[in-house]
Design a protein around this ligand. Structure first.
Ligand code: SAM
Ligand code: ZN
Ligand code: ZN
Length: 639
């Protein structure tokens, strides 16, 4: 019987959609370290339980995830007391996962982090201002990029959308702040005005955003009225002007926060003159990092204000001074490293729901000409250290209640093979895994989704900081199973890497073991590569299912119309003698184009893998027709 026949599919979609809406509430561990496109925890749990039932006679059931990323499978396995092996190419998610799976006392953590915040108080003071008897603390500084018009040489300010922010988060808020591209000043006006006259220079600006792609590559100079190419304005090293700040009264919570226009007496200068430029680590070229370079950033340090860099470094340096267990110290470092995603010259301000968005929100480096520096020591605001510590403490309490593996260790993929007693987390390409042959009953994983996500490039920011601590070697991005034109990696490279990792998974699987993969993609090239990889690695497909993976309401992936469900593919290691299976079980398929497309591609993939013949395009077409798919969502080169 296929494992997927043991899963109760009814209601699972609804549960996934519900839980994905507020992931951290259902699996607090996900706030311990950022990773992109984490899979739903409840689906992983349901499948693991089906496997537990199937292998109930095995006293030492072991599950392995060779592409472990955010660790969904590992966390859910650990909660169920299962032995688990997890491996990822990258140090950020694998070391994060190893830390998360190692017992750490939440009370000790709480005490240690309050000591640390105490040590960092002098840095926090840099953000405070006295106003009569009141002490205000700046939580965010919003800046606009400044440049010179290549035609008339006048200074201009890159408010590409004049509305910088609505004035507050109140539902009935009717005011907003509008930026003047001629002088850089910000004026407070009714939020729905069509044009405004600048408070400072009196020039008039339209507030409407021109139709067309938001990344419109030009703007009109407010002085000479010529169109200027954005690339000409961005090519030099960035210069910034603080325009708005958010502040709150210290020692008071509640509605005391406000957004206000920057005044002359605010000391918010962060010009390169006062920046420490001795340490500069170049941002390497890449598909994703190209946008940072296009915006004139050349080193990782350029992405931060000096105060942010000072805080991050001081925090990391202070950890050894606090007397704590190693596990707690690791958690503190993980939270500090996590805060580096609040890079002040990259983070964007969400103007309609005023808040800072992380540098790598939505699976790519944000690039904006209006950016926000987060005061990393403020107790209020997204992604600050106190907020991260709070979330981590919650995750620690949750883990303690769920139960830790009896032993967790971390190793590099180059080290010796070994048996696993609790959890073993490995860093390095899964082309080599550390499990002895035949050790796992279940390999449960999801390989990279072809070129949807450049994990290594997105993680470069974290890896840069980890390297400053000498805690990792340079990751070998060439080993990532992903096409990447800058590295010259094609779909063939992707297929070869997935095939090599799955071949190794075949080795570690017991003879009665199962491989369960989840996958989605709109590009037929991706499915073809996956089919080839499964075939080359020696697997037969025995079951298919389609399950919801994302909440439609909050799903945005690089503007693509991506699939909201995953195809689940169950495979058996192919045996020399046994007949190729032609009976497939298909589960969880409902009406609706998306699921039908997944079923059709799943059947096509299974036929290609099991019979080693046929074109996946023709087979897909055949099944799509038979299933009456109204919309075809999978195409060559489709996105
Ligand atoms: C789709 S993600 C897995 C996500 C994970 N299941 C979760 O829920 O967070 C694929 C992962 O494969 C990793 N990866 C890519 N190439 C690899 C390789 N050669 N060896 C091991 N891991 C690799 C990526 O770093 C990424 O984390
Ligand atoms: Zn003005
Ligand atoms: Zn001009």
């Amino acid at each position: 019987m296929a494992l997927i026949d043991n899963v109760n599919w009814r209601g699972l979609d609804r549960l996934v959609i519900h839980q994905q809406r507020n992931r951290a509430a259902h699996a607090p561990v996900i706030s311990l370290f950022r990773w992109w496109a984490r899979r739903p925890h409840c689906f992983a749990g349901a499948l693991l339980e089906a496997a537990q039932r199937e292998f109930r006679k095995e006293k030492d059931f072991l599950v392995a995830d060779p592409f472990s990323g955010g660790g969904t499978v590992a966390f859910e396995a650990a909660r169920r007391g299962l032995r688990v092996y997890a491996q990822d190419l990258y140090p950020w998610p694998s070391k994060g996962l190893a830390t998360a799976l190692t017992p750490a006392d939440p009370d000790e953590f709480r005490l240690a982090t309050s000591q640390l915040l105490e040590i960092l108080q002098p840095y926090r003071k840099r953000y405070s201002t006295e106003d009569g008897d009141t002490t205000w603390e700046t939580t965010h500084i919003i800046r606009v990029r400044r440049s010179a018009c290549p035609k008339c040489s006048e200074r201009l300010f890159l408010f590409r959308e004049p509305l910088v922010s609505i004035a507050s988060r109140r539902a009935e808020e009717s005011f907003g702040f509008f930026g003047c591209s001629a002088c850089g000043a910000v004026s407070r006006r009714k939020k729905d005005i069509r044009s405004f006259r600048c408070d400072a220079c009196k020039s008039r600006s339209q507030t409407a955003v021109l139709p067309g792609p938001s990344a419109k590559p030009e703007m009109v100079c407010p002085h000479c009225h010529d169109a200027v190419r954005l690339s000409d304005l961005l090519s030099s090293a960035p210069q910034w002007q603080p325009v708005l700040l958010r502040e709150h009264i210290v020692q008071q919570n509640g509605p005391t926060a406000r957004l206000r226009v920057v005044r002359q007496e605010d000391r918010l200068d962060d010009t390169p003159g006062i920046k420490d430029h001795r340490l500069r680590t170049e941002i390497p070229d890449g598909l994703e990092t190209a946008s940072l370079r296009r915006y004139g950033f050349s080193s990782w340090e350029d992405l931060y204000t000096q105060t942010q860099i000072d805080i991050i470094k001081a925090a990391l340096d202070a950890v050894p001074a606090i007397k704590v267990s190693r596990a707690v110290a690791d958690h503190i470092r993980l939270a500090i490293l996590g805060s580096t995603e609040m890079a002040g010259y990259v983070c964007r301000w969400e103007r309609y729901h005023p808040k800072a968005l992380e540098a790598i929100a939505n699976h790519r480096f944000s690039s904006s000409t209006v950016t926000v520096e987060t005061n990393l020591l403020s107790p209020s605001g997204r992604g600050t250290l106190p907020r991260r510590f709070e979330a981590a403490e919650k995750a620690l309490r949750w883990m303690r209640a769920q139960g830790y593996p009896n032993r967790t260790s971390h190793a590099e993929a180059s080290s010796r093979r070994r048996p696993v007693s609790g959890a073993l987390v490995v860093t390095g390409s899964s082309e080599r895994q550390l499990l002895p042959s035949g050790a796992a009953q279940l390999v449960f994983t999801d390989p990279p989704y072809h070129d949807d996500l450049q994990y290594g490039e997105l993680a470069r920011l974290f890896h840069f900081w980890m390297k400053t601590m000498n805690s990792i070697e340079e990751p070998i991005e060439e080993q990532e199973a992903v096409p990447n034109a800058v590295r010259g990696a094609t779909t063939k490279h992707y297929e070869d890497k997935v095939a090599a990792c799955l071949t190794e998974s075949h080795r570690v699987l017991a003879s009665n073991g199962r491989l369960v993969l989840t996958f989605h993609n709109r590009d037929m090239n991706a499915w073809e590569a996956l089919a080839n990889a499964l075939e080359r690695a020696g697997f037969d497909v025995v079951g298919l299912a389609a399950v919801a993976a994302e909440n439609p309401a909050d799903h945005s992936k690089r503007g693509k119309e991506s699939l909201l469900s995953d195809l689940v593919i169950e495979c058996l290691p192919r045996r020399k003698k046994h007949r190729r299976p032609n009976i497939l079980t298909v589960q969880g398929v409902a009406a609706g184009s998306e699921k039908k497309n997944l079923q059709a591609i799943g059947l096509a993939l299974a036929e290609c893998v099991n019979r080693r013949e046929g074109s996946i395009d023709a087979l897909f077409e055949k099944h799509a027709k038979r299933l009456k798919c109204r919309r075809i969502l999978i195409r060559r080169g489709g996105r």
